[in-house]
Write a protein that binds this ligand. Structure first.
Ligand SMILES: CC(C)(COP(=O)(O)OP(=O)(O)OC[C@H]1O[C@@H](n2cnc3c(N)ncnc32)[C@H](O)[C@@H]1OP(=O)(O)O)[C@@H](O)C(=O)NCCC(=O)NCCS
Length: 174
């Protein structure tokens, strides 16, 4: 496996990542506390329309200086991490981890952790003090971020919260 910066013309390949997942439990935030509830569903892949909706958003992010890093197995893109360039938070010191996905066949081998740590290093180099993550509320995803030292965002970003109200909004020191 190899890792490198993604080129603008490679961004559409993120939709080749196999997003499928079986979810047994989902987290909810209740009075500031994470509560895990059984909720079974099978994610067959990217939802219909996802590529059409998010490709322009990712391209805009790239054009304003966002950081895109890919992991490849030979020529196949099997993991991607994206860091926003626009600072948020009342002290303008947070950078959003905008995208982190690993193809199902490559999960649970440490690749997600590696990509997350690279994003932290990059955020630090860009003079941010924290990463902000609007995270899918599934058990595996939230446990992954908690294990890496993330915690519930004390002051959730209102714009991002409005976009993804079901997500768990997390932060992590870099
Ligand atoms: C969340 C996600 C990015 C994690 O990627 P990953 O490559 O599986 O991450 P890791 O392998 O580093 O860690 C996953 C688990 O594998 C375990 N693991 C790490 N290295 C391992 C190794 N060498 N051998 C066995 N297990 C290992 C970790 O302990 C971790 O357990 P956790 O459940 O406590 O977190 C990935 O599961 C994914 O793409 N999920 C679907 C999309 C998604 O939710 N993205 C985040 C959107 S906010």
């Amino acid at each position: 496996m190899t890792g490198r910066k993604l080129l603008r013309e490679e961004i559409e390949q993120v939709w080749n990542i196999d997003r499928s997942e079986v979810i047994d439990n989902v987290y909810h935030l209740e009075s500031g506390t994470l509560v895990l509830r059984p909720q079974y569903f099978e994610v067959p892949g990217w939802p219909p329309g996802e590529a059409e909706k998010y490709t322009p958003i990712l391209l805009d992010c790239f054009d304003r200086g966002g950081w895109f890093h890919g992991a490849f197995d030979h020529a196949a893109l099997i993991g991607v991490v994206v860091l926003e360039n626009k600072c948020i938070g009342k002290h303008n010191d947070r950078l959003q981890l905008k995208f982190l996905h690993v193809s199902i066949a490559y999960r649970n081998r440490g690749l997600g952790t590696q990509l997350f740590e690279l994003a932290k290093t990059t955020a630090r180099a860009r003079r941010a003090t924290r990463l902000y993550i609007s995270a899918t509320p599934s058990e595996n995803t939230i446990n992954f971020y908690l294990r890496l030292g993330c915690a519930i965002a004390e002051e959730p970003d209102l714009e991002l919260l409005e976009l993804e109200p079901e997500d768990i909004h997390l932060e992590c020191e870099v």
